[in-house]
Unconditional design. Sequence first.
Length: 366
Amino acid sequence: MLFIHNEVVEQLLSMSECIDALEHAFRQLPSGGAIHRPRLDMYVPCEREDGYYRWGTMEGANDGIFAIRMKSDVITWPKNASGVWRENKYCVQPGLYCGLIFLFSTKNGEPLAIINDGLLQHMRVGAGAGIGAKHLSRRDAQTVGMLGSGGMARTFLEAFCAVRPIQRVKVFSPTRANRELYAQEMGEKLGIEVTPVDSAREAVRGADILSTCTDSMSPTFDAQWLEPGMHVAMLGPAEVSREALARFDVKIRQGVGGLKLAESHRVRCEVGHSPVAFIAGTEEEMRRLPEPTGASGFGGDYPDYCDLVFGRVPGQRSDQEITFYHNIGNQGLQFSAAGGLVYRKARAVGMGRELPTEWFLQDIRD
């Protein structure tokens, strides 16, 4: 069995490979060659009076690999001066996080690997945005308007550059130092022009691809800013308003993003960034949870990736249509696809730390 750290993932997984692995897995869904279970989260009160403990899992399987991704976070939902929610998280202390991917063989059940999820998480989400741009943006798209300057904004831009001839980027995030650092680092890494700008409006203006990659729990751009021929990519379920959704000519969702469960006092849909949440706590403790935003959410009834690539629905029919890729769905399958690729490459080149498989097996029937 292997333990695979983020540094190994970084050396082994390119964005183009990640995009190919995800598309291969998605195309297996209709035939039953792949399967996944959407994300489920459990909320338990913690010591912080302004937050909750959250445990989240998702699973998927394809090509002989089963993956379960799990993460352990303390979550808070601060508001800014305008009353807008955002989601912050950490494990143990701010700046540290705990997310793990366990891989198993579907041939004999053998535990194969434990992978730190940080970089692979960024890569698989960025690759999803790249898939959307590959199939829905104009082939000559050269400019990106980027809202956000964190890790996801980096892999989103890498993915766009992997599928389109991107030349220029305008980036906005509220903290000047962050957007300036992003512009410097990504410009050097990708060999393109990346300019920090002072407003979201300026970042969006004239973009062929509009990408919103933030932890905001409210829309990040005005629907009136959308321009003909623009493609829109999103990260979080609250970044795109219902007014913007109404302006999109083509809407494609990546896949199933959440389970349809009967809601109750302890089971809620769309709590913050959770599609489905099971909630513990007293009435007073539960008042810490964020209120619904009324934004795009975790996916509508519009067609999905397989509908698009297998020709059941059209993509962009003219260069004037505004397109949207809802980059939530098939999450567990993304981890078996990308995680399985990393595992096979690590085995082939002798990377990763060996762990005795017998540590994870027992002779007592469970």
